[in-house]
Design a protein around this ligand. Structure first.
Ligand code: SF4
Length: 467
């Protein structure tokens, strides 16, 4: 199993329906590319081929440009398609777990792409297996097919509703039933899902940055517990359950979503900047820090660092240069290898840092291994003091709703206080944004999930497959 010192996101989804036949695979490419940050291990699309009246799916391990670039040159006439990008650790980089999934069953030709994690998956899987179901993947997403197919309801919308009623946890689905596009968001709204329109084209996406790539400016959030069906440009919405407690994942705003996206009805950029500004206010209230510069750990700390700098009046500088070609870094077995991996990805800019006392801003602290190496590299570059500030609260608990968090034992905040963490990583001080002050940085804080910080999980069971 590969371990990263950052939290891992599971997926991003896109669905497109066009009134006029067009090259749907090509149209899916750009929004999926915009969502690449939500998953880099596999990519795939499914589309309705008009000439053959059936759904085709193509998926593979790799990033969007490698897997789907071939579709930019193909001439395919279609009116509906869905796409998916996936990140995984536990389920492994298996091509059979790549999405979209595609089946033919008694309800028709169906394709599905899923963002999230169904927290009661193991119970439903066991029940289905005991009644004879055969699973092709270890993914929890496949359960939906089985539930839809087994439904006694003949109407597909009723069958979907019956299936969704059984599921708990986080899911934003895009589906195709023949050439009908369907978007579904779980009743608690853990993961974002947006729908937008432009000139006969309707798109359903995980984040609004994907709508920007299609030039769509007219959009809305799909409500938690809402299902939207799109046929020939006509949108029909039906409610699965609108009264459940809202649980928008706060980590989308802290780290996962792109800063140029809007999610949960507000700009990710503004929310992140508020978090940085709040860290500066708290430092000021505690007597202030005699520092020279505010430095982000790029890219995840950029916007919060800007917020900190503007609030504190300290200069903002890029003291670390990120090598964008280094990819995702995983925990390597030896200290030397780990150090080389961090150095390859983040290189200190000595001309800016030498002799300076810095406020270093990052989004979160997982195991502390990367921060420890980073602080040493900064010291070697001549930094006199390092004050690490994190724009999230301390991580103490697992997530059952689509985010890959290491085991409770591995989380550094479960074995060390902020003062001990500072000693461990070699920083002069470490401070986290606490939950109450984080709530002041976002709209509708009462509708957010904070379970990985406070352990208040709405659905306690995890998915056995950890796909
Ligand atoms: Fe997001 Fe944490 Fe809740 Fe998971 S537990 S949904 S990461 S806030």
């Amino acid at each position: 199993m590969k371990k990263s010192d950052k939290l891992g996101h599971y997926c991003g989804v896109v669905g497109i329906e066009s009134q006029k036949p067009c090259n749907i695979p090509q149209k899916l490419f750009y929004p999926l590319f915009a969502l690449q940050h939500r998953g880099q291990e596999s990519a795939g699309i499914a589309y309705f081929k008009l000439t053959e009246n059936k759904i085709y799916a193509y998926k593979d391990l790799g990033v969007v440009s490698d897997v789907l670039g071939r579709y930019l040159h193909k001439d395919i006439s279609s009116t509906c398609g869905i796409g998916h990008v996936r990140y995984s650790t536990h389920g492994g980089s298996k091509v059979e777990n790549a999405q979209p999934f595609h089946i033919t069953c008694n309800k028709g030709n169906i394709a599905l792409a899923h963002n999230g994690n169904i927290s009661n998956a193991k119970f439903i899987r066991k029940e289905l297996q005991e009644s004879g179901a055969i699973f092709q993947t270890t993914s929890d997403s496949e359960l939906l097919f089985h539930l839809i197919s087994r439904s006694k309801e003949e109407n597909i919308q009723a069958a979907i509703k019956e299936a969704i009623d059984r599921l708990e946890g986080a899911f934003s689905f895009v589906m195709m039933v023949g050439k009908v596009l369907i978007g579904i968001r779980d009743r608690n709204g853990y993961r974002p899902l947006y729908i937008g329109k432009k000139k006969g084209l309707t798109a359903i996406v995980s984040e609004t940055c994907a709508l920007d790539s299609l030039g769509i400016q007219e959009y809305r959030e799909i409500n938690p517990g809402e299902a939207v069906t799109v046929i020939n440009g006509e949108e029909t919405s039906y409610n699965l359950d609108l009264d459940a407690k809202k649980q928008n994942c706060i980590f989308e705003q802290i780290y996962f979503a792109r800063p140029d996206s809007e999610i949960y009805g507000e700009s990710v950029y503004n929310a992140r900047k508020n978090m940085g500004a709040m860290l500066a206010k708290l430092d000021r209230e505690n007597g202030g820090i005699n520092a020279d510069l505010v430095i982000p750990v790029p890219e995840s700390g950029n916007v919060a660092a800007l917020g900190y700098a503007q609030e504190s009046g300290l200069p903002f500088e890029f003291g670390l240069t990120r090598n964008f070609y280094a990819g995702r870094s995983f925990i390597l077995p030896t200290t030397e290898e780990r150090e080389l991996a961090v150095k390859t990805k983040l290189n200190p800019n000595k001309s800016i840092l030498k002799g300076k006392k810095i406020i270093l801003i990052d989004d979160s602290l997982v195991r502390g291994t990367t921060s420890k190496i980073l602080v040493r590299l900064l010291r070697e570059a001549g930094v006199k003091e390092v004050h690490l500030r994190l724009s999230s609260p301390e991580l103490h608990h697992p997530c059952y709703y689509g985010i890959d968090i290491p085991t409770t034992k591995e989380l550094i905040s479960n074995s060390k206080s902020p003062k001990e963490i500072a000693e461990f990583i070699g920083a002069d001080s470490v401070k986290f944004l606490d939950i109450e002050n984080l709530k002041l940085c976002v709209k509708n804080p009462e509708n957010k999930c904070y379970a990985c910080f406070n352990g208040e999980h709405l659905y306690p069971q995890g998915c056995e497959c950890n796909c």
